[in-house]
Design a protein around this ligand. Structure first.
Ligand code: PEP
Ligand code: MG
Length: 999
């Protein structure tokens, strides 16, 4: 007989059906509850209903699979036995919490119901047992509030007007009683008052929702289970999944767990903590707690929590009592558990605990979210503690998280004289300025208009997530470092300040009073999220210095050791080139030359060239640009000395240089000495209906060879000048928008003629390469033909995406958002490479190119070169390098390392890398290296005279060496200690790097 499917997994009493590795089935929370139980950590017993049930529930018109009820009943019995209590029993009632738990944590996005099992039958029994009527009535009013909100309103699909939800309405009931009695806190309410409140609550529910609050334990349990499954498809959960890229088909598990209470008096408490500081990465046990409270009180920010220990105190929280001092024994036990958990999971844990009447219970452990700087620090420190390997450390940091290390910070000088409005808790680092808005919807709407906003709220809730995402920064009046705002902002690496109690916010009036001022919607403020300071106005922001971040340097040096893919930059100026080099760029993969023509001193010559009627006149005009261009290229080559520099010949449509209004036309005609009519006629003749498919790229150079000649001459004169001065420069001339081999050959001939001429004239020999962009589908198809001439390929995936999809890259915004929201395309193909279509063409180009020239150097210089997933694709496809904007260089370096680690884990090498690998092995040997040196010298000499095309392959070793040197130096500095300790590893590392460079 076939085994019945298992839908329910029990845990408790030191035994568990599940384990940590079963996250897909049990969700993160369920899997970890099982693991903690097996580790001997005190966990309240319970059971997990699997994610498969959720999937089945949605696939089967919201019906449970047969047999689920029976399995739940059996698991429930187990818990009853373990706890020696009974669910729904009037004398000895067992209460449950019902919580969601997806594979990947979705903080606060789904629903929870606590205290399930409290009914008019069980309440007297629990009062008799606990001898604490106040506690029981308080638990009952919490159950009613939560249940009404989650089960009876949200899960039932009731959508109240903003502020009119049942939860708020019940909150008002309680608020009115507190005001009437002059109470400040919920804790002031007596048992009798709470009992009355629960009666009013039930009447309100009847009145507003037209239903009775259920008075049966089992009804409550199944209502709670259904509500959790329903919340998987709730609005906020769906929007969070979309933002985080979590698949909708995963489903959530449901965890039904024995309730333990942190609100049973002064020997009870609750808290949330991290095994390391999630904001800085520092290795200190870090968290917050509240005496006599339930978990939601800490997270919701209703009460400002205390620091868990003395080490975690700040100037703002120094006066608050820590758990370490208030309950030293329990703190010691908790500290032991947190250490055990971190050691077991080998990663920073985010834990939740409750102390019930002097007994500690662990409610949750999960991998803690952290911001970028903290992720880097933790990864490096854990590796140094030998908890994890360098590979694991490198893969722990998401490439995008490095963005946060490049975060703008409030300029310290500007901060000195700024008007401080308020102080709060520094929940998310970095600085941000923006216009104040008071609702999440406004934040989203203003964001869509392109405005920078700071979302200011009393506290945030998961309903605000869309506005929080749209905002530059988040500021809340309430809440602690583990409040909703703090957790969500940290996960996104967003600037955030919470618990800023000086703010007196009037949401309806759209203003706030603070520090004697009124700040209205639209006013600018600046946040220093690292210090927790709020300032009036828009302050200058400054970028941090990556060079001084030793953890970052160490991590990146490990990443560099691991990765096989080279990383270059797209840079058009010496300044950008220098910046990119400081970020670790190993050369330039694309210098666009067009902007160089638009400077006022040059544009005239360009226009003269365009309107010239004879080749001679055209040449005279264009040659006026030569000295400027020579200077441009000299600067860039110098800034990248020792590294390859790919310079692309002019690419944009010609008419862009003569886009003029009527007055400008008359002025230009005068300057050019021709009639305005003639000029107009010429300009009109350049008009194109589809300029991006028109007279651009190599088509320009074919029609106007003078432009190619001038640019090639400028590149080579700069090279000659620098070579004579003993500088090592490596220009690579790149022909754009080639679709056939003849286009390439036409331009190559012009370029090489200039190289020969300059070498002859200047009596100097230098190396250079001539290659092409592959950015048209045809170029991919005939890549074998093109490779016969080209010495390198660089995939221009911007144009390749445009021409493959037939989407105009300039007009795509008019329809692409509909494609993404409608699921027609999974992502913007101009950001993340479309592997299925464009990617296949890239693969074809690589395969066909290398079939002719196995060692053909191939890179990518489209925007995709700095996007993590696309970088990984490039690695798998066997490219030699990616090239991206300077600020994305670190991201590409890390993504390339991730790709290599993933490949290692999958136990396979990239197909296209095979031939190169063999070469790398051979060349790693010293003897071979020497040979290569000699060969290079010989070849370089020969090359200047004849047959340039054949010499390129043998030129490579020399270039590789030159390219490698600075990187080696840098790495040595950074990992000085490491290198000192383990000298034996050095040669291996060298060999590895060479292997990479030769791919
Ligand atoms: C490309 O097309 O990918 C490219 C890098 O060139 P450009 O963006 O300048 O057209
Ligand atoms: Mg292009």
């Amino acid at each position: 007989m076939a085994r019945k499917p298992k839908y329910v997994y029990s845990f408790g009493g030191g035994k568990a059906d599940g384990k940590a590795a079963m996250k897909n089935l049990l969700g993160g929370k369920g899997a970890n509850l099982a693991e903690m139980t097996s580790l001997g950590v005190p966990v309240p017993p319970g059971f997990t209903i699997t994610t498969e049930v959720c999937t089945a529930y949605y696939e089967n018109k919201k019906k449970y699979p047969p047999g689920l009820e029976k399995q739940v009943a059996a698991a429930l019995k187990k818990v009853e036995r373990e706890m020696r209590m009974k669910f729904g029993n009037p004398k000895n009632p067992l209460l449950f919490s019902v919580r969601s738990g997806a594979r990947q944590s979705m903080p606060g996005m789904m629903d929870t119901v606590l205290n399930i099992g409290l009914t008019t039958k069980t309440i007297p029994g629990l009062i008799a047992k606990t001898k604490n009527a106040r506690f029981v009535w308080d638990a009952y009013r919490r159950l009613i509030q939560m249940y009404a909100d989650v089960v009876m309103e949200k899960a039932a699909g009731v959508e109240p007007a903003d502020g009119q939800g049942i939860r708020e309405q019940l909150e008002h009931v309680m608020g009115r009683v507190k005001t009437a009695r002059g109470y400040k806190s919920d804790l002031d309410l007596t048992a009798e008052e709470l009992e009355k409140i629960t009666q009013v609550f039930k009447a309100k529910i009847r009145e507003i929702l037209g239903k009775e609050f259920p008075d049966d334990a089992n009804d409550q349990l199944w209502g709670g289970i259904a509500a959790v499954f329903q919340s998987w498809n709730g609005r906020r959960a769906v929007s969070y999944r979309r933002i985080e890229g979590i698949p909708h088909h995963w489903g959530t598990a449901v965890n039904v767990q024995t309730m333990v209470f942190g609100n049973m008096g002064d020997a009870s408490a609750t808290g949330v903590a991290f095994t390391r500081n999630p904001a800085t990465g520092e290795k200190v046990f870090y968290g917050e707690w509240l005496v006599n409270a339930q978990g939601e009180d800490v997270v919701a920010g209703i009460r400002t929590p205390n620091p868990i220990n003395e080490a975690g105190k700040t100037a703002d929280t120094g006066h608050l009592e820590s758990l370490e001092v208030k309950m030293p024994k329990l703190y010691k036990q908790l500290d032991g558990i947190q250490k055990k958990l971190e050691k077991h999971y080998k990663d920073m844990q985010d834990i939740e605990f409750t102390v019930q009447d002097g007994r500690l219970w662990m409610l949750q452990t999960r991998t803690g979210k952290r911001n970028g700087p903290a992720a880097v620090r933790m990864a490096v420190e854990m590796c140094r503690e030998k908890l994890i390997s360098p590979d694991v450390a490198v893969s722990r940091v998401k490439p995008e998280q490095l963005d946060e290390l490049l975060h703008p910070m409030v300029d310290p000088e500007a901060e000195k004289t700024a008007v401080e409005l308020a102080k709060g808790l520094p929940a998310g680092p970095g600085g941000a300025s923006g216009q104040v808005v008071f609702t999440a919807d406004d934040a989203e709407a203003w964001g869509k208009e392109g405005k920078k906003v700071v979302l200011v709220r009393n506290e945030t809730s998961p309903e605000d997530v869309h506005g929080m995402h749209a905002a530059e920064a988040i500021l809340t009046a309430k809440g602690g470092m583990t409040s909703h705002a703090a957790l969500v902002a940290r996960g996104w690496g967003k600037c955030c300040i919470v618990g800023c109690s000086a703010l007196d916010i009037n949401v309806a009036g759209k203003y706030m009073n603070v520090a004697g001022k009124t700040i209205r919607e639209g006013d600018w403020i600046t946040l220093n999220g690292t210090k927790g300071r709020v300032y009036d106005g828009m302050l200058q922001l400054a970028f941090p210095d990556l060079e001084s971040n030793q953890d970052y340097q160490a991590l990146m040096s490990w990443a560099d050791d691991i990765r096989k893919l080279g990383v270059r930059t797209n840079a058009d100026t010496p300044q950008d080139a220098g910046k990119a080099r400081s970020f670790g760029a190993e050369g330039i993969g694309l210098t666009r030359t067009e902007h160089m023509f638009f400077e006022p001193s040059r544009i005239m010559a360009m226009r003269e060239m365009i309107v010239a009627e004879t080749p001679d006149a055209r040449r005279r005009a264009v040659m006026k640009l030569l000295p400027f261009q020579r200077q441009d290229f000299k600067g860039i080559l110098e800034a990248m000395e020792g590294l390859p520099v790919t310079i692309r010949l002019l690419d944009p449509p010609l008419h862009e240089f003569v886009t003029l209004d009527a007055t400008q036309m008359v002025t230009l005609a005068g300057q050019l000495g021709i009639s305005p009519e003639k000029l107009k006629a010429r300009v009109n003749s350049l008009h194109e209906l589809n300029p991006m498919l028109g007279h651009r790229g190599c088509r320009l150079g074919i029609a106007y060879p003078e432009v190619t000649e001038m640019q090639a001459r400028a590149i080579f004169e700069a090279t000659a000048e620098l070579s004579k001065a003993g500088r090592k420069v490596h220009p690579e001339v790149m022909i754009p928008l080639v679709g056939s081999v003849n286009e390439f050959l036409d331009q190559e001939k012009l370029v090489r003629a200039q190289a020969d001429a300059v070498m002859r004239e200047q009596g100097v020999k230098f190396e250079y390469m001539v290659g092409t962009m592959i950015e048209l589908p045809r170029a991919c198809v005939v890549a074998d033909r093109i490779a016969e001439g080209a010495e390198f390929f660089s995939f221009g995936t911007n144009d390749l995406t445009q021409t493959t999809f037939g989407f105009s890259r300039d007009d795509v915004a008019t329809f692409l958002p509909d494609y993404i929201t409608g699921g027609v395309l999974p992502a913007d193909p101009f950001q993340t490479i479309d592997q299925e279509g464009v990617g296949e063409l890239v693969k074809m180009g690589v395969e066909r190119g290398r079939a002719v020239k196995p060692k053909l150097k191939i890179g990518i210089c489209g925007e995709h070169g700095g996007e993590a997933e696309s970088v990984k694709f490039c690695h798998r496809t066997g490219l030699d390098y990616v090239s991206c904007s300077p600020f994305r260089v670190p991201i590409a370096r890390l993504a390339a390392a991730h790709a290599a680690i993933e490949e290692k884990a999958a136990g396979k090498a990239p197909k296209a890398a095979k031939p190169a690998k063999k070469v790398a092995k051979k060349k790693a040997k010293k003897v071979a290296k020497k040979k290569a040196k000699k060969k290079t010298k010989k070849v370089a000499k020969k090359k200047a005279t004849k047959k340039p095309a054949k010499k390129k392959a043998s030129k490579k070793p020399a270039r590789k060496r030159a390219k490698r040197k600075p990187a080696k130096k840098k790495a040595k500095k950074v990992v000085k200690k490491k290198a000192k300790k383990k000298p034996a590893k050095k040669p291996k590392k060298k060999a590895k790097r060479k292997a990479r460079k030769r791919r």
